[in-house]
Design a protein around this ligand. Structure first.
Ligand code: MOS
Length: 754
């Protein structure tokens, strides 16, 4: 059994002999992407001309399909088949698992006449070309019997229940402490539905080789997708070969699979040729998952000196009627600030909306938008600086569990950030700073996000050219997995980066959990490190035992790996020479990581602090982010460049959450109103001013053998609250209904007489 103590010994990554670890290394697959030669699932070249599937989404939120008229479509040029629930091929029953060790159950498509959300896929047209499939789809007529949809979260504040298996967490006696507190904040925030808007919609290319189904698709986790498809197709798990080599964004939305995967596989089997099926941008909004809306009540009670005595964050959110996903927006508050009396929990309403699901920093991304603004309000009431208030309430140990922190540098993030940003120039009284027509303000927020390590495997091979090949069923959703794996391999085996190949995104490779929960680099990377260490050992022993090697006789433990050369003292040879002579077929070693047995003895998170300066146009209500700085403590950084991209990308999403992003529900149809990137406002380059992310130099020795942690979800956590607090500092009114669009801000300013 592994304990964190077993990770303490130096290893090639922590020794960083060639200095590759921490450097801003260019993306391994970057040249392929910018030259258009990285083949995404839909663009992979199949072994024969493919047929094309076009999916048809339901036009009602809830009810039944009562008629399907497919005759015109079936007679349309080039159309091979039209499937609805009436004639779809047989599939595994929803939720069923035949193979006991499958990591995901069956997810059948076109199951029944029942419609449970707008945009549910209800038919598929297969044709010889995309155009003919689309033309055929336009001729399909589906008749519905619609029930009135129940889609308003605010209707369910009183009757939303506990999420399954959960209870509120209360420490001390919150209500009594809050009632007695001399200074209090009690306010409610709301956050809207958000859509992932990955650049690459979900897409699959499938074909069959005898009894084996080959699928190229776009998913974050290889094994669950492979196993779930096998259960759906009712075939052996190993009869599905799933590949996901390049992925145009995931953000949690590709943490599960959707109907296009199932339908492409079924279509290819039925037609006996490759089939491509993709979601359109519009279909993505309803046919996949979204971040659900939340309504959050925050109550804070403090002594006049700023010491929190009572703290509560209660979140009401929603999921699909048959679902159970919960946006855990209150969870982060359990580890953030000291307060002896605490109450946190969630309420979940089942609505006739599409499926809610995980989206970048699920929980923190929504939840920090309330609590971190409430802290700003409390600081103002107390006449305290917001940074000072947070430092005053910094806990020594985890405030709920009492566990020691593995490493917590939140205060350092806030202090260094304040200094770098020029926080001392902020005027506490709002509405005091003008720059031309702009009212200017500054705001800040803390950031916290959990850190995880999951079991993973990897294998490394060195060949007769001295090239190291990394093999792992990991994914790269745009985050940099390819690159950090290459760096770890190069550093571990002492070869130049150019001599590393990385093969990931394939169900036949050693399994890794994939990308999600910002655990990717730590999890996949740690397994890679282990494979690298094991391969070093194998190479060292090979050299020590080879009479033809200058290293013959060892000691094997003293072999140094650098610049493609292996050496003991002044005896050396090229790694490639050894392999060519002594193991011409190459040498392979496997590696494996598991969470340490005692990992849960520590409270382990990543931390940061956001600082933001906005300008608000008091005539139009427009907010522009002028400057933003994030300072982060997330363990040892493997690649400064890709980590910085993750952090700034998260911060940009935070800006969007504060200012523009969100989807509105049409109560008549249970649909989301914004269905493209013209109306769903993700930020573009011109929306973002001067943005910087700084990473503290640290290593968390309780996290994994490399002391690294995740950065993919930390950047968004708290970022929007810093923007909202800056808006308040600029104009002196608070809008607690995100996003803070000009209409809401102007209305609030007029109401406040500003
Ligand atoms: Mo994530 S939102 O856990 O991929």
């Amino acid at each position: 059994m592994t304990t964190v103590q077993d990770w303490a010994a130096p290893n090639p990554v922590t020794q960083n002999r060639s200095g590759l670890i921490g450097k801003g290394v260019d993306r391994y697959e970057g040249p392929l992407k910018v030259t258009g030669t990285a083949a995404y699932a839909y663009e992979v070249t199949p072994p024969a001309a493919p047929a094309y599937g076009v999916m048809i989404p339901a036009a009602i939120a809830t009810g039944r399909i009562v008629s399907t008229d497919t005759a015109a479509a079936e007679a349309s040029p080039g159309v091979y088949a039209v499937w609805t629930h009436r004639n779809a091929p047989e599939q595994g029953r929803r939720g069923a698992k035949v193979h006991p060790r499958s990591t995901a159950p069956a997810r059948p498509a076109l199951e029944s006449e029942r419609v449970t959300h707008f945009g549910q896929i209800v038919a598929l047209v297969l044709a010889d070309t995309l155009e003919n499939a689309q033309a055929g789809a336009n001729l399909v007529r589906i008749g519905y019997e619609a029930d009135p949809p129940d889609v308003e979260l605010s209707d369910h504040l009183a009757d939303a229940g506990q999420p399954p298996g959960e209870q509120d967490v209360e420490i001390g006696a919150f209500e009594a402490a809050f009632a007695e507190a001399p200074v209090t904040v009690d306010d409610t925030w709301s956050t809207p539905i958000q859509n992932h808007c990955q650049m690459e919609p979900c897409a699959t290319l499938a074909w069959w080789e005898g009894e084996r189904c080959i699928v190229h698709t776009s998913v974050q986790m290889v094994k669950p997708a492979q196993h779930g498809l096998a259960e759906t197709l009712k075939i052996d798990r190993d009869a599905v070969h799933l590949l996901t080599r390049y992925i145009g964004g995931g953000f949690g939305g590709k943490g599960q699979t959707y109907d296009e995967l199932t339908l492409a596989a079924l279509g290819a089997r039925a037609l006996g040729r490759p089939v491509k099926v993709a979601f359109s941008r519009q279909q993505m909004m309803h046919g996949t998952v979204h971040r659900p809306a939340t309504i959050q009540q925050v109550r804070l009670g403090a002594k006049p000196d700023g010491t929190l005595t009572a703290m509560s964050l209660m979140t009401t959110t929603h999921c699909q009627r048959d679902g159970h996903f919960t946006e855990h927006a209150s969870n982060f508050a359990r580890s953030l600030y000291a307060a002896p009396n605490r109450l946190t929990g969630h309420r979940l309403a089942r609505l006739d909306l599409p499926h809610a699901g995980a989206m970048r920093a699920p929980g923190e991304a929504s939840g920090m938008l309330s609590l971190e603004c409430a802290m700003d309000e409390l600081a103002e009431k107390l006449g305290m600086d917001p940074v000072e208030l947070r430092i005053r309430n910094e806990p020594d140990t985890d405030p709920e569990t009492g566990k020691p922190f593995s490493l917590r540098q939140l205060v350092r993030c806030m202090k260094e950030g304040a200094q770098m940003f020029g926080w001392e120039r902020r005027l506490p009284r709002p509405g005091q700073v003008r720059d031309g027509r702009w009212l200017v303000g500054m705001g800040m927020s803390a950031a916290i996000r959990g850190n995880f390590l999951l079991p993973a495997k990897a294998s490394f091979t060195v060949d007769a050219l001295g090239v190291i090949t990394v093999r792992q069923g990991m994914t790269d959703i745009g985050t940099g997995s390819y690159t950090v794996l290459a760096q770890i391999a190069a550093e571990t085996l002492g070869v130049p980066l150019a001599d590393v190949r990385v093969e990931i995104g394939d169900s036949e490779l050693p399994p890794a959990p994939g990308s999600g929960g910002q655990f990717g680099a730590a999890t996949a990377g740690s397994a890679a490190l282990m494979a690298g260490v094991n391969l070093r050992k194998a190479i060292s022993e090979l050299a020590a035992g080879d009479p033809g090697s200058p290293l013959h006789g060892g000691p094997a433990a003293d072999v140094v790996f650098q610049d493609g050369v292996i050496a003991i003292g002044n005896r050396s040879e090229k790694l490639a020479d050894l392999i060519r002579r002594a193991a011409p077929e190459g040498l392979t070693a496997d590696g494996e990581i598991r969470p340490a047995e005692d990992a849960r003895n520590w409270s382990q998170h990543t931390y940061g602090a956001h600082f933001c300066e906005v300008g608000v146009d008091p005539v139009t209500g427009e907010t522009r982010v002028r400057r933003m700085l994030g300072v982060f403590a997330a363990g040892r950084i493997i690649n400064h460049k890709t980590a910085r991209s993750q952090l700034t990308g998260g911060m940009i999403w935070g800006v969007a959450s504060a200012l523009t992003e969100g989807n509105a529900v049409d109560p008549r149809y249970g649909s989301l109103i914004n269905q493209d990137l013209q109306s769903y406002l993700v930020p573009v380059q011109a929306d973002i001013g001067d943005l910087e992310a700084i990473m503290l130099d640290e290593a968390d020795d309780k996290a994994n053998p490399m002391g690294i942690k995740g950065v993919g979800e930390l950047g968004i956590s708290g970022a929007g609250a810093a923007v909202a607090n800056a808006i308040y500092n600029a104009v002196g009114v608070r809008v607690r209904d995100y996003p803070i669009t000009p209409d809401k801000l102007l209305t609030a300013m007029v109401a406040a007489g500003r």
